[in-house]
Design a protein around this ligand. Structure first.
Ligand code: ZN
Length: 175
C-alpha cells in the first residue's frame, strides 16, 4: 500500500520508477468489478505519473506502470495494458478472498517470507534452505572432527608410546 489511492506499490531503482497496481479479482466471475478496478487503478497511476507530485518526489526519473494480477487477464485487458506501456505480472498475488500462504522467518539469517514446508528444523529453530545447507555442513564437519579427532584411547596409546621411548632412553643413559 502507498499513500496514493489506486497505487499498491511504488518500486524505485537508480534509473526508473514503477507504479504497481494489483487486481485480485476474477476476470470472468467478477468481470464488472475487475474491469472497474483495472480502469480505476490504471487511471490513478497515470495521473500520478504526470503530476507535479511525481516530479517533486522522483525528479527526472521515468515512470512506468505494472499490473499484478492474480489470474491471467483476458485479451482486451492485455491489449489495453500494452497500449499504456504497462507490464503485466500474473500469479504472484493471492486471489481476492484467499489469504497469502503463511510464511516464516529464518531463525539464522532472519530473512522472512519462506514457505514453512521448504524450511528445516535445526538447533537454531526453523531455517531457510541456504542456512540449512550451511548448518548441516557445519554439523557434518563437527561430527567428522570428533570421529577423526583423538579419542581418549588414542591419547592413552600416545602416552604409553612416549613412556616406553622415555624408559628406553633412560635405560640406555643409565647403563
Ligand atoms: Zn536463512
Amino acid at each position: 500500500m502507498t499513500d496514493f489511492e489506486g497505487i499498491d506499490e511504488i518500486v524505485e531503482n537508480a534509473n526508473a520508477v514503477q507504479l504497481v497496481f494489483h487486481v485480485r479479482r476474477d476476470w470472468l466471475a467478477d468481470a464488472d468489478a475487475a474491469y472497474d478496478e483495472v480502469r480505476r487503478k490504471a487511471d490513478a497511476c497515470r495521473r500520478f505519473l504526470v503530476s507535479p507530485a511525481f516530479k517533486e518526489r522522483f525528479g527526472m526519473k521515468p515512470g512506468s506502470l505494472m499490473m499484478k494480477a492474480s489470474r491471467q487477464p483476458p485479451a482486451d485487458v492485455m491489449e489495453e495494458m500494452a497500449r499504456l506501456g504497462a507490464d503485466v505480472m500474473v500469479g504472484n498475488l493471492p486471489f481476492l478472498g484467499e489469504t497469502a500462504a503463511p510464511t516464516a522467518n529464518c531463525m539464522i539469517c532472519g530473512r522472512a517470507g519462506f514457505q514453512p514446508n521448504l524450511m528445516s528444523m535445526t538447533d537454531h529453530g526453523l531455517t531457510c534452505p541456504t542456512c540449512f545447507n550451511a548448518w548441516s555442513m557445519r554439523a557434518n564437519s563437527t561430527s567428522f572432527g570428533s570421529s577423526y579427532g583423538l579419542s581418549s584411547w588414542q591419547w592413552a596409546r600416545i602416552v604409553i608410546a612416549v613412556s616406553v621411548l622415555f624408559i628406553g632412553f633412560m635405560l640406555r643413559v643409565c647403563t
